[in-house]
Design a protein around this ligand. Structure first.
Ligand SMILES: Cc1cc2nc3c(=O)[nH]c(=O)nc-3n(C[C@H](O)[C@H](O)[C@H](O)COP(=O)(O)O)c2cc1C
Length: 312
């Protein structure tokens, strides 16, 4: 395995994870968001290391480049590191690829209390979920937007809020275009239906968005698509963040997924609701349209929507 990144901590002996620690770590990883809820990773705990490996699950229609699979592994990696930090251990992370699949090895190297943000985010791991319903339209305070943007920022990973009427309309135009393309693609719709469930694993049908941005972020045959003006109006009632990566290789996509999850947990810890959207970004013309239209510093990976849940 080639090691391409790391964070360091102090050294300590190589005792085994206790049974209680293993439960905390495994549960945190299992609760990470993933494309179609596929959990495309495996986790092995040995000695004082935890090894996360990308599993070659295939979503030929939805995720032809396996981009979402690696973003999902990144989200699982964020939860893994936060779980270990929540246990009061320092971590060293080595990211690499083996036979075309990404591997992340996290080693517990010493002892140190988690920071306030790490504590809050690790405690939010089990509460985080996709909320594709409408938000209450209240704007987020500037300080909250700043904290979410900070959480989504990492080396090579940048966040950018979508703001202003013109910019929002430009993005809405790209998203309605993408939703129409996916809605008209019978092979795509067959695959999506196969992953949609009423119980158990996969995408929960009762969690689908009915209107607005969340609905066009997972367009099914039944989605009633708004026109671009109606969508732009709805988008202006939400805080919408684009997360981009440069460069745009497999390891960078894992890092982007980790940054997305950090921002999602930051939002959860503040009582906010969120959901993520990648479906439209699987079209090259949408990715390049967003990059040009927003002047992004890297390749767009994920759209995140945040807001105050209705009825709070
Ligand atoms: C990389 C990635 C891509 C995703 N893409 C979409 C998407 O395009 N539209 C959507 O509504 N949800 C999307 N999701 C959310 C997943 O469907 C969701 O995380 C999964 O079903 C588990 O549900 P939970 O988040 O409530 O735990 C994505 C999640 C990840 C990690």
């Amino acid at each position: 395995m080639s090691t391409v990144a790391g964070e360091t901590g102090s050294g300590c002996g190589a005792a085994e994870w206790t049974a209680a620690e293993s439960v905390v770590i495994s549960r945190a990883v299992r609760n990470a968001p993933s494309v179609h809820n596929t959990r495309p990773w495996s986790l092995a705990l040995r000695g004082q290391t935890a090894e996360l490996r990308e599993r070659p699950t295939v979503l030929a229609q939805h995720d032809p480049d396996n981009r979402d699979r690696r973003l999902s592994c990144g989200a699982a990696l964020a939860n893994l590191v936060l779980a270990i930090r929540g246990l009061g251990r320092t971590t060293e992370v080595a990211l690499g690829t083996s036979a075309g699949l990404v591997t992340a090895t996290v080693t517990a190297t010493g002892h140190a209390e988690p920071s306030v943000a790490e504590r809050r985010r690790s405690e939010a791991v089990l509460d985080r979920r996709s909320c594709r319903q409408a938000f209450d339209g209240t704007g987020l305070p500037e300080s909250t937007c700043g904290a979410l943007l900070d959480a989504a920022t990492a080396p090579g990973i940048t966040g950018r809020w979508i703001s202003g009427a013109e910019e929002t309309l430009g993005v809405a135009r790209l998203l309605t275009y993408a939703a129409r393309v996916f809605q008209g693609n019978a092979d795509y719709q067959r695959e999506l239906a196969a992953w949609t469930t009423t119980t158990g694993e996969g995408l929960r049908r009762d969690g689908f968005g009915e209107r607005g941005l969340a609905a066009v972020g997972l367009a099914t045959e039944r989605t009633r698509l708004p026109d671009e003006y109606a969508l732009a109006t709805r988008m202006r009632r939400e805080a919408v963040l684009v997360v981009a990566a440069r460069p745009d290789g497999p390891v960078d996509q894992v890092r982007a997924g980790a940054a997305v999850e950090q921002a999602w947990l930051e939002a959860t810890s503040r009582g906010l609701a969120a959901s993520v959207i990648t479906q439209p970004l699987h079209l090259t013309e949408v990715r390049s349209g967003l990059t040009a239209g927003l002047g992004l510093a890297g390749a767009p990976q994920v759209l995140m929507r945040f807001g105050v849940p209705l009825g709070r």
